[in-house]
Design a binder for this molecule. Structure first.
Ligand code: F6P
Length: 356
């Protein structure tokens, strides 16, 4: 009898642990009698029928590597003329029984829409930003906060030696999980996140207070999506503000998101002007999501991949594998997409005891 085929794709920004999910899907899938078809570069591969069969041999040890062996893209079938229809037709032409879509809000948003049109799809939550709803954590996040805390460790020694303020910009478009957890772990003296617009006077007050106490250096961790209260950073910054956000360049990605970046540079100038303390900025950027996954992410991503295959077997379609209160469960895709999970006020207030 011909084996049932399961397609697997990775979409959106890469995250450490993607290969661990793919490996688990292939190993368990093959052992349960499925054939696994890798779809290249996210939804783009489904639209172009760019696929290849993946066997257990091909995935040996890949869970230790960063990135994704399948490639990724931010292609959105719903932004292309006839994209939805093409995706559905290609699923049929490729003979795919089901699809495992590994991604964040955008990728799983597409999965959710396709599922409503009858596509048999299971989601796996991925994003270093850790802002997907319906799961307590996404793989990739643990590696990212480890990178951030290591970077802040290093910044401490140079900031202290030079008596400088160092502003470190981390990822986090709408949610400040990376800044909060990486910042606390690394010992940042102020943490600025998108959930609470900041007051530049307050930030400088903390820095000046530290100086009065003989601490001639400070580390400020800022999420790329953090915003000054009422847009109160003056024109001294070179970064362009598109709408509300600080952006690195004009234009948007294929999902229509502006390319964030520049808040740290703006703060660098402003803090130096206001406090008179030499200030430098560092943007960690893609260092946060490149490279080898942490042990936690390897194991967690592996379990999510195994769960995804269980869900295909049990025909739990239109759902996402998720971790809730320590248990791996399946939740409706609908709950996972649309609204992102942000840092609640209690957690931010709890962290503030370390500011200064
Ligand atoms: O995946 C989400 C994210 O990490 C955001 O925090 C960030 O704005 C974005 O990816 C940047 O990704 P890229 O440079 O690939 O567009």
């Amino acid at each position: 009898m011909e084996k049932k085929k399961i397609g697997v794709l990775t979409g959106g920004g890469d995250a450490p642990g993607l290969n661990a999910v793919i490996r688990a899907v292939v190993v368990k899938g093959e052992k349960l009698g499925y054939e696994i078809i890798g779809i290249k570069d996210g939804w783009r591969g489904l639209l172009n029928k760019n696929v290849e069969e993946i066997s257990i041999d091909k995935v040996e040890d890949i869970h230790r590597e960063g990135g994704t062996i399948l490639g990724t893209s931010r292609t959105n079938p719903y932004k292309e003329e006839g994209g939805e229809q093409k995706a559905i037709e290609n699923m049929n032409q490729l003979g795919l029984h089901a699809l495992v879509a590994i991604g964040g809000d955008d990728t799983l948003g597409v999965a959710n829409k396709l599922s409503k049109k009858g596509v048999k799809v299971v989601g796996v939550p991925k994003t270093i930003d850790n802002d997907l709803s319906a799961t307590d954590i996404c793989f990739g996040f643990d590696t990212a906060i480890n990178r951030v805390s290591e970077a802040i460790d290093s910044l401490h020694t140079t900031a202290k030696s030079h008596h400088r303020v160092l502003v470190v910009e981390v990822m986090g478009r709408h949610a400040g999980w990376i800044a909060l957890e990486g910042g606390i772990a690394g010992g940042a003296h102020v943490i600025l996140i998108p959930e609470e617009p900041f007051n530049i006077d307050e930030v400088c007050k903390v820095i000046n207070k530290r100086k009065e106490n003989g601490k001639l250096y400070s580390i400020i961790a800022v999420a790329e999506g953090a915003l000054p209260k009422g847009g109160d950073l003056p024109a001294s910054c070179e970064s362009k503000q598109a709408g509300k956000f600080f952006t690195q360049s004009e234009g948007t990605d294929s999902f229509g998101h502006v390319k964030l970046g520049g808040i740290a540079k703006a703060l660098e100038k402003e803090i130096e002007n206001r406090t008179g303390i030499e200030t430098r900025s560092v943007i960690l950027g893609h260092l946060q999501r490149g490279g080898s996954p942490s042990a936690f992410d390897r194991y967690f991503a592996t379990r999510l991949g195994l769960k995804a295959i269980d869900m295909v077997k049990k025909e739990e379609f239109g759902k996402m594998a998720a971790l809730r209160k320590g248990e791996l469960v399946s939740v409706p895709l609908e709950e996972a997409v649309g609204e992102i999970r942000v840092v609640n006020n209690d957690l931010l207030e709890e962290a503030k005891v370390f500011f200064g």
